[in-house]
Ligand binder design. Structure first.
Ligand code: TYM
Length: 338
C-alpha cells in the first residue's frame, strides 16, 4: 500500500438495508472517494446495525453484497482502503458493551432517530435500536478513527460518539481515543424525498418513487424526476426565493452536487426557463453519474467470488487493528489476561 498520512484515519459505514439511493451516494459515498488518495480509510458495511429493525433481517446477505458493490462501483478502491463487514470483527460488539458502561441513559434518551424509528411503540422497540448509537461509537472508536464523513442525519450520533470517547478518556485519565471529527460537506448533505421535500430520501420509504436507487435503470430515473413534486411558481430567481420551496431547493441541491457547481450558478442557468428543461437536464445528469455506478454494481454482483474475497481481506485488515486496540483497552481497564 502506498504511503498515506498516518495521523488521519477515516471511518464510515452504510447499513445493508437494500435500496441504496442517491442520498447515500451524495451525502456519504461520493465524498469518501476523495479521501482515499491521502488518508487511511476504513469503510464498513454495518450489518449489526441493520438487524435492529426486523424488516432488514431477511435479505441481510444480499444487501451486504449490494453495499460492497456500491462502494467499489462508486470508485472506492479495495486495494487502497479497507472494506469489510461489521459482524466479521467481534471487536465492535465487545467495545460496544464497554462503552455502554460509560454512556448515561440520559444521553440515549435524547436521540431523535430512536424516537422516530420506535414511534408510538417505544415499549416494544428492541433494546438494540435504543443502544444503536453506542454501537456506532464503538465502530468509530475501535479503529481510533479521527474523521467520519457522513450525511447530516448522523450528526447527533457523532456528537454522542465524541461524548462517549471523552467520557472514557476522562474516567481512565488517558488520551486513548481520539475525539472523532464529523465531516458533513457539500450541497447534498440531506437529500430529500422526491415526493415530499420535508422528508429525507430514505431506503425505508414505502414509495419507490420517492428516491433514485443506485440500481435504477435510466428509464425509471427519467420518470421519477419528471414526476418529482415541484410547485406552481416559476423557477426561482435567487437562493433566497428557494427558502420556502423545499422540493425545488432539493432538486437544485442535487443538481449542484452532481455537477459540482454552486447552487446560485444552477439557479442563474435556469432562471426564466420552464421547469421542464431543468428536469430534463437533471435527468441527464443523474443518469450520467448513476448509470456507470449501476452498470458496475450489476457486473460486480455477478462475480460473488471476487466481492467475497475483498470482504475477507478487508476483515483480516480490520481485525488486525481492532484486536490490538481491544487488547490495549482491556489493559487500561485492568481485566485479567488469560
Ligand atoms: P445509513 O445506512 O442510514 O446511511 C449511510 C450514509 O448515507 C447518509 N444518508 C444521507 N445523506 C444525505 N441525504 C440522505 N437522504 C441520506 N440518507 C442517508 C447517512 O448520513 C450515512 O452517512 N448509522 C449510520 C451507519 C453507521 C455509521 C457508523 C456511519 C453505523 N456505524 C459509523 C459512520 C460511522 C446509518 O444508519 O447510515
Amino acid at each position: 500500500m502506498e504511503k498515506k498520512k498516518e495521523s488521519k484515519l477515516i471511518f464510515s459505514g452504510v447499513q445493508p438495508t437494500g435500496n441504496l439511493h442517491l442520498g447515500n451516494y451524495l451525502g456519504a459515498i461520493k465524498n469518501w472517494v476523495k479521501y482515499q488518495e491521502d488518508s487511511n480509510c476504513i469503510f464498513c458495511i454495518v450489518d449489526l446495525h441493520a438487524i435492529t429493525v426486523s424488516e432488514n433481517r431477511e435479505k441481510i446477505l444480499d444487501n451486504t453484497r449490494e453495499v460492497a458493490a456500491a462502494y467499489i462501483a462508486s470508485g472506492i478502491d479495495p486495494n487502497k482502503n479497507t472494506i469489510f463487514v461489521q459482524s466479521n470483527v467481534t471487536g465492535h460488539s465487545e467495545l460496544s458493551w464497554i462503552l455502554s458502561c460509560h454512556t448515561p441513559i440520559g444521553w440515549l434518551n435524547r436521540m431523535t432517530q430512536f424516537k422516530d424509528k420506535a414511534g408510538k411503540n417505544k415499549e416494544k422497540a428492541p433494546l438494540g435500536l435504543y443502544s444503536y448509537p453506542v454501537l456506532m461509537a464503538a465502530d468509530i472508536l475501535l479503529y481510533k478513527s479521527t474523521h467520519v464523513p457522513v450525511g447530516e442525519d448522523q450528526k447527533q450520533h457523532l456528537e454522542l460518539s465524541r461524548d462517549v470517547a471523552q467520557a472514557f478518556n476522562r474516567y481512565y485519565n488517558q488520551e486513548f481515543f481520539p475525539i472523532p471529527e464529523p465531516i458533513i460537506t457539500g450541497t447534498a448533505t440531506r437529500v430529500m424525498s422526491l415526493k415530499n421535500g420535508l422528508n429525507k430520501m430514505s431506503k425505508s420509504d414505502p414509495s419507490d418513487q420517492s428516491r433514485i436507487n443506485l440500481m435504477d435503470d435510466s428509464i425509471s430515473i427519467i420518470k421519477k424526476i419528471q414526476k418529482a413534486r415541484t410547485d406552481s411558481e416559476p423557477f426561482p430567481k435567487s437562493l433566497e426565493e428557494m427558502d420556502n420551496r423545499p422540493e425545488i431547493n432539493n432538486l437544485i441541491n442535487i443538481f449542484s452536487a452532481l455537477s459540482e457547481d454552486l447552487p446560485q450558478n444552477v439557479v442563474a442557468q435556469y432562471v426564466g426557463k420552464d421547469f421542464k428543461f431543468f428536469k430534463e437536464d437533471l435527468s441527464d445528469l443523474v443518469n450520467q453519474k448513476i448509470s456507470n455506478i449501476s452498470t458496475e454494481m450489476h457486473k460486480l454482483l455477478k462475480d460473488l467470488n471476487y466481492l467475497d474475497l475483498i470482504l475477507k481481506k478487508g476483515c483480516q485488515k480490520a481485525n488486525e487493528i481492532a484486536e490490538k486496540n481491544v487488547k490495549d483497552l482491556k489493559k487500561i481497564i485492568g481485566f485479567f489476561e488469560a
